[in-house]
Design a protein around this ligand. Sequence first.
Ligand code: FMN
Length: 194
Amino acid sequence: MRALQPGTIGGLRIPNRIVRAATSEARGGPGGEVTPEAIEFYRRLGAGGAGLVITGHIYVHPRGRHHGLQTGIHHDGLIEGHARLTEAVHREGGLIFAELGHVGSQTMIPEIAPLAPSAVTNPMTGITASEMTEADLAEVIDAFGAARAGPRPPATTASSCWGQAATCSASRCRPIPTSAATAGAAMQHGAPGW
Ligand SMILES: Cc1cc2nc3c(=O)[nH]c(=O)nc-3n(C[C@H](O)[C@H](O)[C@H](O)COP(=O)(O)O)c2cc1C
């Protein structure tokens, strides 16, 4: 049966074609930390035989958080937890992709004043988001790049970026391969609130 045969996505070899679709869970800590419960949850998906596990969406910017139990990757201190989670799935023989997201107008956290490309009322929350400025957009784009790229090295000038696979700007200079931690790849959640 082909479902149990190895496959490839880009240059990555997947041990079988059973893919766990990105599905959000609620196992993060108050600051977006990866908890032991989250690690165990994803480990079990790998142990169950999924050749590829795609995480639920992980917020890249505090203002793009969906709910209070979502995991985040908006600062370097969160990376180690994602790395441990990734290792747990790898130890079970599976691969894992990180899904990165920013929920825009769809945040369920009352303290967050939501941002979105247009000042529309979100039908789920009844709250009208503020229209993003160019600077807001740039900040979110930067947050996605930073989350994808992994920990920031001590020097942050473009000329000192590590290797060739790096994202560089005035404030960011992060290597891609060691990323987030997570995994073989990062994908971007395109649905919520945008
Ligand atoms: C509870 C729940 C949470 C979900 N969370 C995400 C998510 O975090 N990211 C995403 O891309 N899709 C998410 N989805 C969509 C699923 O990945 C999937 O695309 C959708 O359920 C359609 O697949 P199906 O027809 O096999 O159910 C979620 C779906 C459900 C039911």
